[in-house]
Design a protein around this ligand. Structure first.
Ligand SMILES: Nc1ncnc2c1ncn2[C@@H]1O[C@H](COP(=O)(O)OP(=O)(O)OP(=O)(O)O)[C@@H](O)[C@H]1O
Length: 242
């Protein structure tokens, strides 16, 4: 459902992505790992055109990504994104955060959008927080609200860009639990994360990146137990020793 071919992206002189290919099937959970600066976020952001690649192609269900306008808004509804920094509208209630875009982009009535929003807030365990402003919630609750907001668009796939990196350690588990539930329910997911436990337990496939390239990709057990490349071995030795 997501096909990436020959993706190339540079920022000034720096090559952030170098000839990256990736395929994500419907219902698959792909976890992207690798050292800092290896291009993981840039790849993730190219999948819903938050970044525009210099070369190469991204297709969703066979169609190339639209460049602008309403089609781009629909794409970002279809391929939702959850950010490290939550990106909730701070001056709107949690409920408004979940209803504004479904009304505007999906054409739902306010009542339909509210009903769906309340179901989703219950599902991520913050049903009691609908009337609050984001700043009144903990980081873990805000991230769960952000996931619910992405789900409110009924996405075909969800992208997660280091969704737990800004959280206090005691809140990481509650967000990973919600993501694990989505994976079990068959959501197509691309997850950039430093959470190796999540990668090992929940991923269908791990993609290891270094220096803007996909160095290797494989099933998590095989990848973690016997990585094929020196770069992956070195990376795992560092992160798993902490
Ligand atoms: N908007 C930008 N302008 C300039 N350089 C950028 C920009 N975004 C990313 N880069 C650079 O591109 C490279 C890849 O960045 P990216 O954020 O994709 O890496 P990453 O693997 O996600 O790293 P991290 O794990 O630290 O988040 C880095 O060297 C980064 O500094």
């Amino acid at each position: 459902m997501i096909e990436v071919r020959g993706l190339h992206k540079r920022f000034g002189d720096h090559v952030a992505l170098r000839d990256v290919d990736l395929e994500v099937s419907r219902g698959e959970v792909v976890v992207v790992i690798g050292p800092s600066g290896s291009g993981k976020s840039t790849l993730c952001r190219c999948l819903n055109r938050l970044e525009t690649p210099d070369a190469g192609e991204v297709r969703i269900d066979g169609a190339p990504l639209p460049a602008e306008g309403r089609a781009l808004a629909r794409l970002r509804a279809d391929v939702g994104m959850v950010f490290q920094s939550f990106n909730l509208f701070q001056h709107r209630t949690v409920l408004d955060n979940l209803t504004l875009a479904p009304v505007r982009v999906r054409g739902l009535s306010r009542a339909e959008a509210e009903e769906r929003a309340r179901e989703l807030l219950d599902r991520v365990g913050i049903g009691g927080q609908a009337g609050k402003l984001p700043a009144q919630l903990s980081g873990g609750q805000q991230q769960r609200a952000a996931i619910a907001r992405a789900l409110a668009m009924r996405p075909k796939a969800l992208l997660f860009d280091e969704p737990t990196s800004a959280l206090d350690p005691e809140m990481v588990g509650e967000v990973l639990d919600v993501m694990t539930g989505l994976a079990r329910d068959g959501m197509t997911m691309v997850v950039v994360t430093h959470e190796m436990g999540f990668a090992r337990q929940v991923a269908d496939r791990v993609v290891f990146m270094a220096d803007g390239e996909v160095v290797e990709t494989g099933a998590p057990a095989a990848f973690f137990d016997s990585p094929a490349s020196d770069r992956a071995r070195d990376f795992l030795a560092k992160v798993l020793s902490h």
